[in-house]
Design a protein around this ligand. Structure first.
Ligand code: ANZ
Ligand code: ZN
Length: 812
């Protein structure tokens, strides 16, 4: 028959599956649900090889779960709001909506060519008003609960994209998208109170995430257990946050962040000019720069003094840029003997250093000789009542108790900041708030949602939302008093959209609430969520936060959106570098499908590396899977097997079949896809041999072809379907159950026995444990080492003791 030609079968089956509604998900109370989701893509216009890696490998896993009897929900949509659409609009004068919808259409076609089991009937794009109206609904609910609030704050301003960025979107001081150095600006912006959930977000017990992601989230949330201490000054109380209240006696000066509100009231006339200049310089630096390790410490004396709460001593108040206004209370008590930054600062400006925690058994510190702070544990010294107590980060509890009379109180702080959601851009969800001179900020009532984006806007990077420049859009009436009001003209961060989309797939057309609670209760949480590690602290933290908010709003009983998360690795270029247009090392999946077919690309992506690790692409590497599928094809379709005769027994064939099945099953469970393909390739070799052996045409052969076909189904759905139908099945292979392992076949039932001729060992044979005397003798005589001694001679006697002796007695 003809050769393997993927193009002849792939489109044919894709169309047939579609027409049969083969992958449409319907709830079925008789089956256990399995919700598999891969992070939905941004409609950039083109699916790259990384998308394939992210989608086809989990598709194989989802298909396998379906064959195992689960009712598998495997949906897809588009994360459709965001800057690139708007930038395209600016550059090419196209409406962002048109650009986005065109891209979605094109990419949906690319998606279909992958041959996935995605249920497209549940597809949606987050830029549709039917979707984003629920962002607005959530926003007003959060506003009512104080979880959405507006505050004036220093924001990260991206001068290229002309918008504010969340802290999570600033990487090494630069805009994550634009790469531009981020500036600090004071603006009034909407925030979501994610900090209210900081403690709960640190509890990972309900969600199985890779260690790496958990650590990144933990560090991002940055919990610090410590204490607050008040220092009196002429301008008011300065409260400091410290993780080391045990060092309070060693505090020899205070340092305020340059932006601290008490700096101006405290500063003396003599110091005003120096302080002003320093504040201005500090304002030009990002927080990242200010905290850079090893950076020379700088600062200025305010001219003022504070009173130490225990000793009553007057200690100088300085400002320095290494103290951040956004952390703790924006002020610190400096303990040069216990903190390296304070130590360097004190040395530079000649401020006193007092030892307060001494390493066990050490001599008193020689202040002038000391070269660094001591941050370890030890005994408290030079500290009045505290002397003799244990000092160190882990021992602050008893110290706080002892110092309660001096106003020292336990305090926990978090590095996590509230989520800044306002964006001065067009292509996003309008913030559903109106401003009225009488009533102030008012949420838009539900029956006026969605507030839709207008189409007729000017796209200019002005630093103001295009909505603000629109002549009429922002004019409205106040829902409370009916008077004239202005709409908020900012849009929401697009991470809002992706924070809850997983619930929407359970009821994508529901119009009474963000989702149908009953459906969501049955289908969520996601059982296996997959996607890139780059989302570790943005999307993955936000979606965990959102689920907790939704829970508190009564929309779900989940506390976590996904039971398990796994991250795929990255497919690099052949040069081991990240694929990029500028490097010219980009592999285009469309070309690959043209050349090899989707099944080969799927196989190669599974085979190329452990999926959670990833690795470099290889142009020659893809030939392996391509040739393999041709061999598989001829295994089923070529009548005549050429090559030397083989002696595979039925038992041996069944052993190969069921041990392979066992391995593949276990590897699917563990997401070890590369070893699945390797096992199937090896099994193909066994089948090619068996085709030229006595096992060919037996029941074991028929079973082998059937099980092999079923094992191929999740990995290479098109060729598997073709083989299945051509073998005479009326129904799709994708409706079949995963075969079960026959454990008895996986036990080797052969023994190796020595063969004697006239009592002398001449050779070895492997025979079935249940072999008859005739089987054993035939095998023995077939062995060339034995044949030399028996051929052409008369047999006197044959002795066979199963498992122990084969002896042929000959004469002549
Ligand atoms: C006194 C002290 C003595 C401190 C000592 C440390 C060692 P983490 O663990 O990161 O929470 N700090 C507090 N607020 C700050 C701010 N806004 N900007 C810069 N530094 C700040 O660190 C907490 C410690 O960092 C606090 O404890 C404080 O210095 C400093 F032997 O107080 B410590
Ligand atoms: Zn009003």
């Amino acid at each position: 028959s003809e050769r393997y030609n993927p193009h002849a079968i792939e489109q044919k089956w894709q169309t047939a599956w579609d027409e049969a509604g083969l992958y449409a998900f319907h709830e079925d109370p008789r089956k256990q649900k399995h919700y598999a989701l891969t992070m939905f893509p941004y409609p950039s216009g083109n699916l790259h090889i990384g998308h394939w890696y992210a989608y086809v490998v989990p598709d194989a896993r989802a298909r396998w779960m379906r064959m195992r009897g689960y009712n598998v929900l495997f949906p897809m949509g588009f994360d459709a709001f965001g800057l690139p659409a708007e930038n395209a609009a600016i550059k090419r004068g196209i409406n962002p909506r048109t650009w986005t919808l065109d891209n979605i259409q094109y990419m949906t076609g690319q998606f279909r060519r992958m041959g996935t089991m995605i249920d497209w009937s549940r597809q949606f794009a987050t830029c549709q008003p039917e979707y984003y109206r629920w962002n607005q609904w959530f926003f007003t609910r959060m506003f009512e609960r104080g979880l959405a609030y507006k505050k004036e704050s220093f924001v990260n301003w991206d001068p290229v994209d002309q918008t504010v960025l969340a802290n999570e979107q600033v990487v090494d001081g630069r805009g994550e998208r634009s790469g531009a150095l981020v500036e600090r600006r004071l603006m009034s912006q909407w925030h979501f109170k994610i900090t209210e959930y900081a403690e709960e977000l640190l509890d990972f017990s309900g969600t199985d995430m890779p260690e790496r992601v958990r650590l990144m989230q933990q560090n991002w949330i940055g919990k610090s257990v410590g204490a607050e201490v008040d220092f009196a000054t002429d301008a008011g109380i300065v409260t400091v946050f410290t993780t080391r209240p045990d060092t309070l006696y060693g505090a020899t000066f205070l340092v305020l962040a340059p932006e601290h509100p008490l700096v101006d009231p405290l500063t003396t006339d003599e110091q005003r000019e120096a302080v002003g200049a320093y504040k201005e310089a500090a304002g030009r630096l990002s927080e990242i720069d200010r905290q850079a390790e090893g950076r020379e410490k700088t600062g200025v004396f305010t001219g003022a003094y504070a009173t130490h709460p225990i000793t009553g001593e007057r200690i100088p108040v300085w400002i320095a840029d290494y103290v951040l206004v956004t952390y703790g209370s924006g002020a610190i008590m400096a303990v040069p003997s216990g903190d390296q930054r304070d130590f360097e600062f004190a040395r530079k400006y000649g401020l006193p250093i007092v030892e307060v925690v001494r390493p066990e058994g050490a001599e008193a510190l020689d202040m002038d000789a000391a070269t660094e702070a001591y941050t370890g544990d030890g005994v408290i010294v030079n500290s009045g009542d505290l002397n003799g107590m244990r000092g160190g980060k882990a021992f602050i509890g008893p110290v706080i108790e002892r110092l309660a009379g001096y106003g020292v109180r336990a305090k926990t702080t978090y590095r996590l900041r509230d989520w800044l959601v306002s964006r001065q851009r067009y292509w996003g969800t309008p913030i559903p708030i109106t401003y009225c001179d009488t009533c102030g900020a008012q949420p838009v009532p539900d029956d006026q949602l969605p507030i839709e984006l207008p189409d007729d806007v000017e796209f200019l990077p002005t630093g103001q939302s295009p909505l603000k420049l629109h002549p009429t859009w922002s004019k409205t009436t106040c829902a409370k008093c009916g008077g004239p009001a202005e709409r908020d003209t900012d849009t929401m961060d697009t991470f809002v959209d992706s924070s809850w989309y997983m619930y929407r797939f359970t009821s994508p057309h529901f119009d009474q609430a963000p989702w149908d609670k009953d459906a969501a209760e049955r289908l969520t949480p996601i059982d296996l969520y997959t996607g890139g590690i780059e989302h570790a602290i943005l999307h993955l933290l936000y979606s965990r936060f959102w689920t907790k908010v939704a829970r508190d709003l009564g929309l779900t009983s989940n506390s976590e959106p996904f039971r398990a998360l796994r991250n795929q690795g990255i497919i690099l270029g052949e040069d081991q570098e990240k694929m990029s247009k500028s490097r010219g090392n980009v592999i285009d999946p469309d070309d690959l499908v043209q050349e090899y077919g989707a099944d080969t690309v799927r196989t190669y992506l599974m085979f190329i590396a452990p999926w959670e690790v990833g690795g470099p692409w290889s142009a020659s590497g893809i030939n392996g899977p391509s040739k393999w599928l041709s061999r598989v094809w001829s295994l089923y379709f070529d009548e005549n097997a050429s090559g030397p005769a083989e002696n595979t027994t039925e038992a041996e064939l069944r052993y190969a079949t069921h041990t392979t099945l066992q391995k593949v099953t276990g590897d699917f469970e563990r997401l070890s896809f590369n070893t699945i393909v390797a096992a199937l390739m090896e099994y193909t070799n066994a089948l090619v041999k068996a085709k030229r052996s006595p096992a060919f045409g037996t029941d074991a052969w028929a079973e082998a072809l059937r099980i092999f076909n079923l094992m191929l189904a999740p990995i290479v759905p098109h060729i598997a379907e073709e083989l299945w139908r051509e073998s005479g099945h009326a129904q799709s292979v994708h409706l079949e159950a995963w075969p079960s392992v026959d454990e008895t076949a996986t036990v080797r039932d052969t023994v190796t026995m020595a063969v004697q001729v006239n009592g002398k060992v001449r050779g070895q044979v492997e025979i079935s444990k249940t072999a008859t005397q005739a089987d054993a003798m035939a095998a023995a005589r077939a062995n060339p080492d034995v044949a030399k001694f028996v051929d052409g001679k008369d047999t006197v006697k044959e002795i066979f003791v199963p498992g122990r002796i084969i002896n042929i007695v000959v004469k002549g």
